[in-house]
Design a protein around this ligand. Structure first.
Ligand SMILES: Nc1nc2c(c(=O)[nH]1)N[C@H]1C(S)=C(S)[C@@H](COP(=O)(O)O)O[C@H]1N2
Ligand SMILES: [Mo]
Length: 200
């Protein structure tokens, strides 16, 4: 019996992290306004603890090896959505192009208006993490993060930065936008890492 049959024959509850409920919709959630990104001006910048700063245009970014991914996503506000499909470049490929120094252990993902989110580098440097420009076979809509967003399906969806403009490589973890507001530094939905303790 093929593996896929076995996994699909499981009750859906096994795919739903604790405290989550399934939705068929695709809610839109973000702080502030949808930024007006001109694809011609858009740049991806790799900076911080890297051998050399990296700057890519959107065309250069899309010329990296392309990969499709289907994954379940889990928002900290309680909704989960199964089998979302994306096209883009893997986190592993982008990290490799950025050439982080050996001291780099964490990343801040940059977005417009000073928004950012932090991740351990090991959560980004994976083949099942995507910098995506297509959702469900169509160009990614601006409300969902177009022209380019991060998709980190194994962590709560707030780590999946929309309108990504780059990565800052760090030796020490530093909180991003929602993390400064009390959200967890890692955000594993299976461990219900929603909020963190000991805020100053
Ligand atoms: N740049 C940026 N990215 C962001 C956010 C944001 O406020 N700004 N919100 C995050 C949160 S809290 C969630 S749940 C998801 C929502 O993505 P969606 O609107 O495509 O569902 O985007 C994440 N990425
Ligand atoms: Mo969220």
């Amino acid at each position: 019996m093929p593996d896929s049959w076995l996994s699909r024959s499981r009750p859906q509850g096994d795919r739903l992290p604790p405290g989550q409920r399934l939705t068929a919709k695709f809610p839109v959630l973000h702080a502030g306004e949808v930024p007006d990104v001109d694809p011609a001006d858009w740049r991806f910048v790799g900076r911080g603890l890297v051998e050399e700063p990296l700057e890519l245009t959107l065309d250069e970014f899309k010329a990296l090896p392309v990969r499709d991914m289907t994954a379940d996503i889990h928002c900290v506000t309680g909704w989960s959505k199964f089998e979302t499909s994306w096209r883009g470049v893997t986190g592993r490929e982008v990290v490799r192009r950025c050439r982080p120094k050996t001291e780099a252990r964490y990343v801040l993902v940059d977005a417009p208006d000073g928004w950012s989110t932090n991740l351990p580098l090991s959560d980004l440097d994976r083949d099942d993490v995507l910098f995506a420009w297509e959702y469900d076979g169509r160009p990614l809509e601006a409300v969902h993060g177009g022209p380019l967003r991060l998709v980190v399906p194994h962590l709560y969806f707030w780590k999946s930065a929309k309108w990504v403009t780059g990565l800052e490589f760090l030796a020490e973890d530093r909180p991003g936008y929602w993390e400064r507001g009390g959200y967890h530094m890692r955000g594993d939905p299976w461990k219900e890492q929603r909020y963190r303790d000991g805020l100053d």
